[in-house]
Design a protein around this ligand. Structure first.
Ligand code: RIB
Ligand code: CA
Length: 306
């Protein structure tokens, strides 16, 4: 079987950890590279978290460190959601030195994409700073990218501000560069992320499922993306779920742009569902998810982990 080559750009992040586990242990994916970006917490912290996860999973996928700040705006932080470390709740072993590539994430992505015989799918599950820098520095990579399946945005309200979802809000200028890149994009935003929930009974099953489930259970005890008792939001797993099981989602092809100038609306993904702007579609937007089948998919895929 030919595995699908992907690069994941991430800011772990407790929900990132779940998405990364599923991707790294899935037999149909060839995770070529993982890049880190300032987002939930600082670049140093998310990179340390990524290396700790890689050691925990006993996987050997190259990791490259990326952008430490957004392109223009001041960094924001989601430590209120993920804890001060960005991945509170579980005591990981220290990562092995030398697991980190010397190349910057953008250089590492450029080399991997240009040297790959197959087109590569990008799976950004954090702010889009690295992807925007890649497109600005090396536009020639665009022809060698299959598609971008990203977690971010919303057709309606936000979770970082009234109207903006965190990954877009954290670097709106980067998001605008990516959404206007011309590369095929699938947007798995809050319309599905807010419905992709794990409940206490699921967490109890995870606790005894395997080492990964046990670790995730303890992260969930600290995760504030929703509530342990009423449902925890698996935002980033929605991007991996679309990659592996797109029929879980209802989608529309439409035009999406990013608001940069609104005092109250900067970082909004403006999703033109009714065609007012009369612009060609540039994004496949996930507007709904079968929540029960999603959760079943998530639990089945976590069973494949160590
Ligand atoms: O809005 C949810 C997104 O913000 C997820 O990627 C989560 O990890 C945080 O980065
Ligand atoms: Ca994330």
């Amino acid at each position: 079987m030919i595995k699908r080559p992907i690069i994941i750009d991430t800011d772990p992040g407790i929900d990132d950890a779940v998405a990364l586990a599923i991707a790294l242990f899935n037999e149909t994916l060839d995770v070529r590279l993982i890049t880190t970006v300032n987002g939930n917490v600082s670049l140093d912290k998310v990179t340390y978290n990524m290396l700790r996860l890689m050691k925990f999973f006993d996987k050997h996928v190259p990791v490259a460190k990326g952008a430490s700040t957004p392109l223009i705006v001041e960094p924001v932080d989601a430590s209120d959601i993920h804890g001060e470390t960005g991945m509170d709740g579980y005591e990981f072993e220290e990562p092995d030195e030398g697991m980190l590539l010397d190349d910057h994430a953008v250089i590492a992505m450029y080399k991997e994409i240009m040297n790959s015989e197959q087109k590569i799918t990008l799976v950004p599950i954090g702010p889009l700073t690295n992807i925007a820098l890649l497109f600005r520095m090396y536009p020639e990579v665009k022809d060698k990218i299959e598609e971008i399946i990203l977690m971010g945005g919303s057709t309606s309200r936000g979770n970082a501000s009234v109207m903006a979802e965190f990954n877009i809000y954290a670097d709106p200028e980067a998001a605008k560069i990516v959404f206007s890149s011309g590369v095929p994009i699938v947007m798995a935003g809050l319309d599905v992320g807010l419905k992709a929930l794990v409940y206490p009974e699921d967490s109890e099953i995870l606790k005894d499922m395997n080492d990964t489930g046990h670790m995730i259970y303890h992260l969930f005890k600290k995760y504030r993306g929703g509530s342990f008792n009423k449902g925890l939001k698996m935002y980033d797993s929605c991007a991996v779920a679309y990659l592996l099981q797109p029929d879980l989602f209802e989608t529309v092809d439409t035009f999406v742009d990013v608001e940069l100038n609104g005092e109250l609306t900067k970082g909004t993904t403006v999703v033109d569902l009714k065609g007012y702007l009369k612009k060609a579609s540039n994004v496949k937007v996930c507007i709904d998810v079968d929540a029960d089948r999603f959760k079943q998919w998530l639990m089945e895929n976590l069973k494949k982990c160590k």
